[in-house]
Design a binder for this molecule. Structure first.
Ligand code: UDX
Length: 521
């Protein structure tokens, strides 16, 4: 097979990383963008966003002429044999994926296909719900080209599985390639290309129909998101048992050959451009099909609570109020090695801190410009420090949100020296026991603590007052429930439910929202 020429439509993470790696492997690649500035940047050898290792490859493949960015789609399609649709599919308010760019791109490819007389292949690489390639993309391609899919041109769907910060590595070393095909000829064409790209590497190629391939992407991402919410819930339970450490527990769980512990790191929740969006999209997809996605809904809910939970721990360590407390946030990006703030737990954390009148000072090695833009939109006041030391200066409490390498290396002395008192909430569990012993107070996700137990008890003891303040029950109902409690014992919440003043659902909803408590009790 001669080397096909490749066009990548879309120059975001997915598109540009694929373009760079395909070019690096010796293919002629055209990267199409509608943004002139992006095109110019790429043609100067600079990716328009930060991604580890990408700069060096783009610089080199542009220099050798293997990669070229072009404005618009027509030229890219006319000069290529395989076209990858790699445009964004952001969430709409409903949670559904927005297909506007996918539609536009499919229509534009169709227009250009009209002018081509050789067999070529369209590959959907964007994340799209099952049925989209067949029911949205193919009709547009056919309408605008006047040609027949499966006869005049081929169509495949091949999802990507890139982690930001490791996107180059993941593209160079995929654990598998999934090919959804309209027909055998399409699939064989794409498989041939993939075998050339990954020649000498042992990469399994899985072929299936279009819809199954589309579902694989959602299946993988929502499964991983579920793992994370699962371990965060287990961590929350563990925190109430002094001495327990969820990270030790995971070693034990993961020793079972049926369980892969790789994505069972408890923390302040998942963020980024994929997990939150894909969980939402699958939820709305299921609902449209009259399937209630109970598990997925809970995955999302637990994740929402997890960021709030970190704030609740800080609040407790601050004696029950964050008002006027200087809180140092270490890390803002949704994970290390990226400047991406999309759906970062830091957004929820900062919002909650701000609502409770804390003074927020933050440091992140890369994400500050994006954070600034994001928090201006949210009208949250944050002071951005230029270094860890400046961030910690005179702080009452430090919350670690992103596990940057730079933070792992910090010694307890830095915290002791800079902070008013070294109270640390480790939202990613990066510091070991030695470190923990040397700071004034340390609380980590999934690390059992006497305080954690006390905090829930305190919340439950004061529950009656809080429910009254929130307007969920009246003062009179509270008094009756207290009388009942005196008479028969039991917790106040249980008595309120027994007397019919509150449903269990409402009570758990309140506890979850306010305090991140989701267990019954
Ligand atoms: C993810 C998928 O891993 C990738 O295959 C897919 O194509 C795109 O979405 P990405 O969003 O870049 O990649 O990051 P990932 O490393 O998966 O982390 C996502 C979020 O989950 C981060 O906020 C991270 O901190 C969190 N996470 C991950 C945990 O909280 N615990 C874990 O064990 C793993």
């Amino acid at each position: 097979m001669t080397k096909p020429k490749i066009a990548i439509l879309g120059t975001g993470y997915v598109g540009l990383v694929a373009a760079a790696v395909f070019a690096e492997r010796g293919f002629d690649v055209l990267a199409s963008s509608l943004d002139k500035e992006k095109v110019n940047l790429i043609n100067r050898g600079q990716p328009p966003f930060y991604e580890k290792d990408l700069g060096a490859i783009v610089e080199s493949v542009v220099r050798t002429g293997k990669l070229r960015a072009v404005l618009g789609r027509r030229e890219a399609v006319l000069d290529s044999d395989i076209f990858f649709i790699a445009v964004g599919t952001p969430s709409l308010m409903s949670g559904e994926a927005d297909l506007r760019l996918v539609r536009e791109t499919a229509a534009a490819i169709g227009e250009a296909l009209r002018e081509k007389d050789t067999y070529s292949l369209v590959v959907a690489r964007s994340t799209i719900v099952p049925g989209t390639t067949r029911n949205v993309i193919i009709p547009l391609l056919e309408k605008h080209s006047g040609k027949k899919a499966g006869e005049d041109f081929g169509v495949c769907m091949s999802p990507e599985f890139l982690r930001q910060g490791a996107a180059v590595y993941d593209t160079r070393n995929p654990d598998s390639v999934v090919i959804g095909e309209l027909d055998t000829r399409s699939g064989t064409f794409l498989e041939g290309f993939c075998r050339q790209v990954y020649a000498g590497q042992n990469v399994p190629i899985l072929r299936m129909n279009l819809e199954s391939a589309e579902m694989v992407k959602y299946g993988r991402n929502t499964f991983l998101a579920m793992n994370i919410s699962y371990i965060n819930e287990l961590a929350r339970i563990a925190e109430t048992i002094p001495g327990i450490d969820i990270y030790e527990v995971v070693k034990g769980i993961g020793a079972d050959w049926r369980i892969n512990p790789a994505f069972l790191n408890a923390g302040c929740g998942y963020g980024g451009s994929c997990f939150p969006k894909d969980v939402k999209a699958l939820i709305s997809f299921a609902r449209l099909r009259a399937v209630q996605p109970q598990l997925l809904e809970t995955v999302e809910e637990v994740n929402e609570q997890q960021a709030i939970h970190v704030v609740a721990i800080a609040k407790q360590e601050m004696g029950g109020s964050l008002k006027g407390k200087r809180i140092a946030l270490l890390g803002l990006s949704f994970k290390p090695d990226t400047d991406d703030m999309r759906e970062a737990p830091a957004i929820k954390v900062a919002n909650h801190l701000y609502a409770q009148e804390a003074d927020i000072v933050a440091y992140d090695p890369r994400a500050v410009p994006n954070a600034r833009e994001r928090f201006i939109r949210d009208t949250i006041k944050i002071y951005y420090a230029d270094s860890v030391q400046e961030c910690l200066k005179e702080a009452d409490c430090c919350i670690l949100l992103t596990e940057w390498e730079e933070f792992r290396k910090l010694s307890p002395e830095v915290f002791n020296r800079c902070m008013k008192r070294s109270v640390i909430v480790d939202g990613r569990r990066i510091w070991d026991e030695e470190f923990r012993k040397k700071v004034a107070a340390y609380r980590g996700i999934g690390l059992g603590s006497d305080n954690a137990y006390a905090s829930e008890q305190t919340v439950l003891l004061k529950l009656g007052d809080m429910l009254t303040k929130a307007g969920l029950i009246t003062q009179e109902q509270l008094e009756r429930a207290l009388e009942e409690q005196n008479r028969t014992g039991g917790l106040i919440g249980a008595n309120l439910i027994k007397l019919g003043y509150l449903t269990e659902e409402a009570l758990l909803g309140f506890l979850g929202k306010q305090y991140g408590i989701s267990r019954k009790g």
